[in-house]
Design a binder for this molecule. Structure first.
Ligand SMILES: [Zn+2]
Length: 270
């Protein structure tokens, strides 16, 4: 196994033991502690296999071949529908993540970035997106300045080859990591010496669909089947949607909402 893929023996320091209000042993982690503990998984992807999967060694070999992986990745199981793939280099990690999905032996694997709050069933709204910058001044066509532009919009991941080689100059193209649920910037200000400047337009190539209702990629909330089913088994909610709730009924949808959220909580755990 590549050296950087062996989990560190580490000297992160011990976590402070504590207790819940009812006296049960507990650990309460700070953001910093979670961040430090997550560092070895910085280059990890979750492969979502909703409809079954091939054996682990087949997944590993297929990924190695298709993406010309330079350092042997580590493929392990998270649960029935999710695998963890840890990569040894940023290049290997990015080429698989940017491909979004892959079919192996007829099974579809979708790649999501692992994050510390990853839970099966909830997909963090983080995705790589290609961004074009039409008419970007040529003096910004270099790695450091483009990385600074990427940093304004999200987390810089990659610059496309024609941009970095200067073989296409009508626009620059970079890939950034964005949070789909946050507001995307359509422009930024480019100040020039002497106090002048101009707006630089930003266009996002293909923002993946994300559902705010079931917290998954693949569809918008408006198209969400699970939301429609949820509403059809909750007639009180239907009434409120049609604007037929009288003042005296106002508390009713709230109760319906609470009962429902309880049910959703249980089914997620099951
Ligand atoms: Zn949905």
């Amino acid at each position: 196994m590549a050296r950087n893929l062996i989990l560190p023996k580490s000297s992160l320091g011990l976590l402070k033991p504590s207790k819940t209000a009812s006296g049960i042993p507990a650990l309460f982690l700070s953001e910093e502690e979670v961040r430090k503990g997550s560092a070895p998984f910085k280059l990890a992807l979750v492969a979502k296999c909703s409809y079954g999967r091939p054996p682990l060694y087949v997944v590993k070999e297929s990924i190695k071949q298709k993406f010309h992986i330079s350092v042997e990745p580590v493929v392990t199981i998270l649960d029935q529908r999710h695998l963890l793939i840890r990569f040894g280099t940023e290049r290997d990690f990015l080429s698989v993540w940017l491909s979004d999905n892959m079919k192996i032996q007829g099974y579809l694997l979708r790649f999501l970035r692992w994050s510390p709050d990853f839970k099966p069933g909830i997909e963090p709204p983080i995705a790589p997106v290609w961004v074009t910058l039409p008419g970007l001044p040529l003096y910004l066509f270099n790695e450091d300045y483009l990385a600074s532009v990427g940093g304004l919009l999200g987390r810089m991941l990659k610059i496309d080859a024609p941009t970095i080689q200067g073989t296409r100059t009508e626009f620059a193209k970079i890939c950034i990591e964005i949070n789909i649920r946050e507001k995307l910037h359509e422009k930024f200000w480019l100040g020039t010496p002497g106090g002048g400047g101009r707006w630089q337009k930003v266009t996002y190539e293909k923002i993946p669909k994300y559902c705010d209702h079931c917290l998954k990629f693949g569809h918008y909330e408006l198209e969400c089947r699970s939301k429609k089913e949820h509403e059809s088994i909750n007639p009180l909610k239907d009434l409120s949607m049609e604007g037929r709730v009288r003042v005296a009924d106002v508390s009713a949808p709230d109760q319906g909402e609470k009962q429902n959220s309880g049910r959703v909580g249980k089914s997620t755990k099951a």
